[in-house]
Design a protein around this ligand. Structure first.
Ligand code: FES
Ligand SMILES: [Fe+2]
Length: 381
């Protein structure tokens, strides 16, 4: 983010605060409750969004060494992700090309070859088939080159590995991120290290979870026992670039900037900057670290999440730093869990008949923009 943009956004929020106003869209909007529980809408989202758009699945610090591998799932696809001896990353379907067994069971580790647990066909970490027991007898005409592991396209950008679920083509991430591509340098994505991870599965539609991160209307109430005292009540702004959103949730300390020179203003120190990278990623940029939430929609009413704390890689040595990060990770998990519990409570009432639609106020405009991005992509039933 350019410093002039930081100054502009801070001034905008300070002015709204002075006027006792909020960042307002022109009108309220509504989203039918069916969008959050319909199995057929979920299937259309799966086909048109989760199986189509590139998503950041791994921070590069999780897959640093040659020979490192990880398992992940993306939109129901079981993946094996490897880094070869030359430092190149590969993403494969974690499925044996003989009779379809899951090739690798371990979640992560270091290996240069993978042997299927059923009949021991073996591939190297570039996906080449290198071993078939009794091949001459059983598969005399087998062309090994045609039986490499099935590959998905991937690119490393900004500190993350982005996977294309739709095919072998490497995704063009700067083009996909549009105006927000340069922000990965601004918040130092490549110099981070993933330090803490927590996984949760919640009985809630993925959209309710994303929506919980892009308005500050709920802070004073839902987060009264955690982060609310640090933030202004209902003071946030948002903008979009392509399908992505950048929201700025103002902290009370922003008011102190009024007496300081604009040249010294640092947005990160006085706001939480939330990137909602369409469709399933949120980056919560804090003053000295980043929370990364990856949503993995499992069904219309179930979502698995990975909550990660990423910190500057040069600040993981001292006990003092490590204690600081552990404390911050715990606060993030506790705060997000407050949101997730509310999400589950919404999910449980969706079919009650109380509401035909959920209501988004003028200061909840980011939710309408996010949902519009989804509607635009879904083919008609
Ligand atoms: S199913 Fe993998 S080697 Fe037979
Ligand atoms: Fe929240």
């Amino acid at each position: 983010m350019k410093h002039t943009t930081e100054i502009h956004r801070i001034n905008e929020l300070l002015k709204l605060n002075e006027e006792k106003s909020a960042f307002l869209d022109d009108s309220v909007s509504h989203n039918p409750v069916e969008h959050y529980y319909s199995a057929s809408i979920f299937e259309r989202e799966q086909a048109a969004i989760f199986r189509r758009l590139p998503q950041p699945l791994v921070h590069s610090s999780e897959l640093k060494e040659p020979g490192a591998f990880l398992r992940r799932t993306l939109a129901g696809l079981p993946l094996l992700i490897t880094r070869d001896a030359d430092g190149h990353v590969h993403v494969f379907l974690n499925v044996c090309r003989h009779r379809g067994t899951r090739l690798v069971d371990e979640q992560s580790g270091c290996k240069h070859r993978f042997t299927c647990p059923y009949h021991a066909w073996t591939w190297d970490n570039r996906g080449e088939l290198i071993g078939v027991p009794h091949q001459k007898l059983g598969f005399p005409d087998l062309d090994r080159a045609q039986h490499g592991l099935k590959r998905l396209g991937c690119s490393e950008f900004g500190g993350w590995l982005w996977v294309n679920p739709a095919g072998e083509e490497a995704p063009d991430i700067p083009a996909f991120l549009q105006d927000y591509a340069p922000d990965f340098s601004w918040f130092g994505g490549e110099s981070l290290q993933l330090l803490h991870v927590e996984e949760q599965t919640r009985e809630v539609n993925w959209k309710l979870l994303v929506e919980g991160g892009i308005e500050a209307y709920h802070f004073r109430v839902a987060h009264r026992n955690t982060i609310a005292p640090y933030f202004f009540d209902n003071l946030s702004s948002y903008e979009s670039s392509g399908p992505h959103l950048r929201s700025i949730l103002a902290k009370r300390s922003m008011a102190d900037l009024r007496t300081q020179a604009e040249a010294d203003w640092q947005l990160r120190d006085h706001a939480q900057v939330v990137y909602t990278l369409f469709p399933t990623t949120q980056l919560l940029v804090q003053s000295d670290h980043i929370g990364w939430v990856h949503f993995e929609p499992l069904s219309a009413s179930s979502t698995r999440m990975r909550l990660c704390t990423l910190v500057p890689a040069n600040r993981v040595e001292t006990d003092k730093d490590l204690a600081h990060w552990a404390k911050n990770h715990a606060i993030t998990v506790k705060t997000l869990s407050e949101d997730f519990e509310i999400g589950e409570s919404i999910q449980q009432g969706l079919r009650s008949g109380a509401n035909e639609a959920l209501n988004f106020g003028r200061f909840e405009g980011a939710l309408a923009v996010f949902n519009q991005q989804i509607s635009d992509r879904l083919s008609p039933e």
